[in-house]
Design a protein. Structure first.
Length: 697
């Protein structure tokens, strides 16, 4: 059984060579030591192995770079049958029956005509039959008849009938002639039906690779090599990769394909090119299955002073077989960016599928009107079709970049922008999980702060704050304030290059304020009033005014610094006054001085009035309340002592028979201390005892 099978080369210099699978395992690879050494760059050092057993033939990939395919399907291992196409890298093989007569060029398919002694020779191997329309084989024969002795159209193998094969046909030549006539007639009809046509936007498969004049991509943009061209790479965050694939070609021999599924995505980036003004991206892009793909441009600054920004074209999807389509996208290049690279993304839908790519070009200087909302010298530039990203630009540099509304699943929501009396307003109609953006390094250096229910707060490191009604980034003339209604939760963290990533959780809109003229006037007025209050000795007013400036108009760094210093000074003075009163209270407690207690309470209430509306007021009122309790306790003790003394006097008067005077003392005890029985009270414990107090109501 081990001698029954063989593989025939269908590609390269060894085309037509037959390799018998004489052992149970045959290895194929580029390096010496394999059973069959295949010297082609698309083949890995140890690429695959073919196993022959009682059940037939099993092909197993050995972790190769460019993969192993059976009839166009990429596999890790798969059982194959006679006539199947096996591809290692870009080298095709056909599984043959080694026990058949050597004159048989290929196994007879079911229903195929009896061998007429003719063999078709190929200038190039035939592409895999997977997905090929029935008329294509005939079309290729017509091409050979139409261009006798000429070259085949690029990307297609054209079968011709060699004269030596005709000579060897012998008695069957008459039959061969009839077959040729029939094939020619059928092929002519197929050519009439298929020549020069495209279906569903899919580029015809027999096009030659045509250079695009002015294409900034230097080479490899049609992906004819065994691997990705230099400078092209699959992104590290992707869970699938784009690889060379003959089924993905729009021209030439092959294109790129990436397999994606609901939980799998792919992202490809090109080499970087120098670019100015407008840019036009063109490519052949498509999908097979329920997946989506799109192309875009990533703009970068050669100085690395600013973070890259991306402009994407629309998602292209297909609910069926799909195919390659002409895809074009234009974008204005922001002034501060001078380089660009192509970005391709594919994401899974409800089922698995494949994204296809070929023939990519970038042209510089294309006319692409910028979509922007302007306010004085600041503009909000919208990127993508439809707009999914924006960045805030001032004269010649960005302030905020990567502005986008993200959906709950991490997708990008469509972004709209309009003018506002204070700048711009951005919003999305889609259900959004958050608004996110990056404060460029220069902007972030001016400071990050928020206002909300608990007032104004500054942030220098990673933070999260709830109930935020506004977020301020930057300082001076490059200050930006985003206002949220209703309030949101804001998160922030430092990013690479001293930039700052910010997220507003739950935001579906925001006012982007870039002018602060009225607020500056209001802040100056408040500052003037606070200074006057300080001079007039009304510290509570000083604290209140400075607090208003900080919480309501935190737009001038110098005024904020003055306000915080002035407020802190007034607060410190008030707290010092409270501390002084607290010291007197301790003295009153030690000496049990009722009058001093009363003086301390009055002093605390006076401080509270002077510092009304501030933290000092609360502290002073709390102290006054505690002193009042001390006064009540001490007064109670003193009253009890006085009542006891009078009760003893009453007892002595009664004993000496001074009834009239005793009655007057008893009346004083009853009226002043509510003691109804002086005799029993005189025997009660004295003040300070823990025993129950008797006789005093």
């Amino acid at each position: 059984m081990t001698n029954r099978y063989a593989l025939r080369f269908e590609e390269g210099e060894r085309r037509g060579e037959i390799v018998a699978l004489t052992g149970s395992t045959t290895t194929f690879g580029r390096k010496p030591g394999n059973s069959v050494q295949v010297l082609d760059a698309s083949v890995s050092g140890k690429h695959a192995e073919v196993l022959v057993d009682a059940d037939g033939v099993l092909v197993r990939d050995l972790g190769s770079t460019n993969g192993t395919r059976v009839n166009g399907e990429r596999i890790s291992e798969k059982r194959v049958k006679l006539g199947d196409r096996v591809m290692f890298g870009t080298i095709d093989f056909v599984l043959l029956d080694a026990s058949a007569p050597s004159s048989a060029a290929r196994p007879a398919a079911p229903g195929e005509a009896e061998d007429i002694g003719l063999e078709l020779e190929a200038d190039e191997p035939l592409p895999r039959p997977t997905g090929r329309p029935a008329g294509v084989e005939a079309t290729m024969i017509v091409n050979s008849l139409r261009n006798p002795g000429g070259e085949a159209d690029a990307g297609e193998a054209v079968r011709s009938i060699g004269a030596d094969k005709l000579a060897k046909s012998g008695k069957k030549s008459a039959v061969a002639a009839v077959v040729l006539i029939l094939l020619g007639g059928g092929a002519a009809g197929a050519w009439w039906f298929t020549s020069g046509r495209q279906s569903g936007g899919t580029t015809a498969q027999n096009r030659a690779v045509v250079d695009v004049p002015g294409n900034l991509l230097s080479s490899g943009y049609s992906f004819e090599g065994p691997e990705l061209p230099d400078g092209w790479s699959n992104h590290s965050s992707a869970t699938s990769v784009f690889e060379t694939d003959r089924a993905a070609r729009a021209s030439g021999k092959q294109g790129l394909a990436a397999e994606v599924s609901p939980a799998v995505n792919a992202r490809l980036e090109s080499e970087i090119v120098q670019i100015r003004k407008g840019a036009r991206l063109a490519c052949s892009l498509g999908t097979q299955g329920a997946v989506e793909a799109r192309a875009g441009l990533r703009f970068e600054a050669s100085s690395s002073a600013y973070l890259p920004v991306e402009a994407w074209g629309p998602w292209l999807g297909s609910a069926g077989e799909g195919g390659l389509q002409d895809y074009e996208f234009q974008a204005a290049v922001p002034d501060c960016y001078d380089r660009a690279r192509v970005v391709i993304a594919a994401r899974g839908g409800t089922e698995a599928g494949v994204a296809l790519l070929d023939n990519v070009s970038i042209l510089s200087g294309a006319s692409a009107p910028a979509r922007a909302v302007k306010f004085e010298d600041v503009e909000l530039m919208l990127l993508g079709e439809p707009s999914g990203t924006a960045f805030l630009f001032k004269i010649d540099h960005p302030l905020l970049s990567g502005i986008r509304f993200a959906t709950a699943n991490g997708g990008e929501a469509a972004l709209a922008a309009e003018q506002d009396p204070l700048g711009m307003r951005i919003s999305t109609k889609e259900s959004s999980a958050k608004l996110e953006f990056v404060a460029e390094a220069g902007t972030a250096a001016g400071g990050i702060s928020t206002t909300g229910r608990d007032g104004f707060k500054t942030h220098q490191a990673q933070f999260e704050r709830a109930d935020v009604d506004s977020l301020l980034v930057g300082a001076g003339r490059e200050l930006v304030r985003l206002r949220f209604n209703p309030p949101v939760t804001v998160r922030g963290r430092p990013e690479a290059g001293a930039s700052f990533l910010l997220e507003a959780i739950g935001a579906t809109s925001a006012q982007v304020q870039v002018t602060f003229n009225e607020e500056r006037v209001a802040a100056e007025s408040l500052a003037s009033n606070a200074r006057a209050a300080a001079r007039s000795g009304t510290p509570g007013e000083v604290i209140s005014i400075w607090s208003r400036l900080i919480n309501e108009h935190p737009i001038d760094a110098q005024l904020i610094a003055e306000a915080e210093a002035g407020r802190a000074k007034a607060l410190s003075g008030g707290l010092a006054e409270v501390a002084a009163v607290r010291g007197e209270v301790e003295r009153a407690r030690f000496f049990r001085l009722l009058a001093l207690f009363r003086e301390c309470r009055e002093g605390a209430l006076k401080i509270a009035k002077s510092y009304a509306g501030s933290e000092v007021e609360g502290s002073a009122l709390a102290l006054a309340e505690n002193v009042a309790k001390d006064i009540e306790l001490l007064a109670r003790d003193l009253d009890q002592l006085e009542a006891g003394r009078l009760a003893q006097i009453h007892s002595a008067l009664v004993a000496s028979g001074q009834t009239r005077l005793a009655e007057r003392v008893a009346q004083e005890l009853k009226t002043r201390f509510q003691v109804s029985d002086p005799a029993s009270f005189s025997n009660a414990p004295q003040a300070g005892s823990n025993a129950p107090q008797a006789g005093v109501k």
